[in-house]
Design a protein around this ligand. Structure first.
Ligand SMILES: [Zn+2]
Length: 173
């Protein structure tokens, strides 16, 4: 997507402070951090929400979320994290390109948990809510077709690949 800021980052048209990367995702420091080390992890390919992604890309995105989380913890010695996505306008999504927020938490930082995002308890009982979801037309998985098979490449150690990709990225900053 031409005008999408995260696609521009993926195309290296905008420099970022990358803290991790794999073949299909990039983790970098948020420019408006709510905490030290606040990181966003984006897909290189444009997708508006998780619902628009195939299984392989989701696996890859969350694999990098894990790696970035470990790297941040190693560097900042934080005590915990909030990890999540704002999805669609009602969920507070400001940029319509999938991004996972990784927010480091420190003992006594005054922040809340996922339970502090919204206070909108159901007016119906839980059985009625459950019935609506259960009785809805079953959703098909509809995982998009995987990318065509690429030529087999020599196996490289994951750590070496990550280092190379990050180094390569730095040269463009
Ligand atoms: Zn995009």
């Amino acid at each position: 997507m031409d005008d999408c800021i995260f696609c521009k980052i993926a195309r290296r048209e905008i420099a970022v402070k990358a803290v991790g990367m794999n073949d299909s995702a990039i983790a970098f420091l948020d420019i408006n951090p709510v905490a030290p080390g606040h990181t966003v992890v984006i897909t290189k390919k444009h997708a508006a929400t998780l619902m628009d992604m195939n299984d392989a890309d989701i696996a890859s995105l969350f694999s990098l979320v894990r790696t970035a989380t470990r790297q941040i913890k190693a560097g900042l010695k934080c005590d915990g994290f909030n990890i999540g996505l704002n999805q669609e306008k009602a969920g507070g999504q400001a940029i319509p390109h999938v991004h996972v927020h990784v927010i480091p938490r420190f003992d006594g930082d005054g922040g809340g948990s996922m339970h502090s995002i919204v206070r909108n308890p159901p007016k119906e009982n839980i059985d009625a809510v459950y019935k609506k979801i259960k009785d809805a037309e079953p959703v098909k998985e509809q995982a998009p077709e995987p990318e065509p098979e690429q030529e087999a490449k020599p196996v490289e150690k994951e750590e070496d690949r990550t280092k190379k990709m990050l180094k390569d990225w730095e040269l463009d900053l």
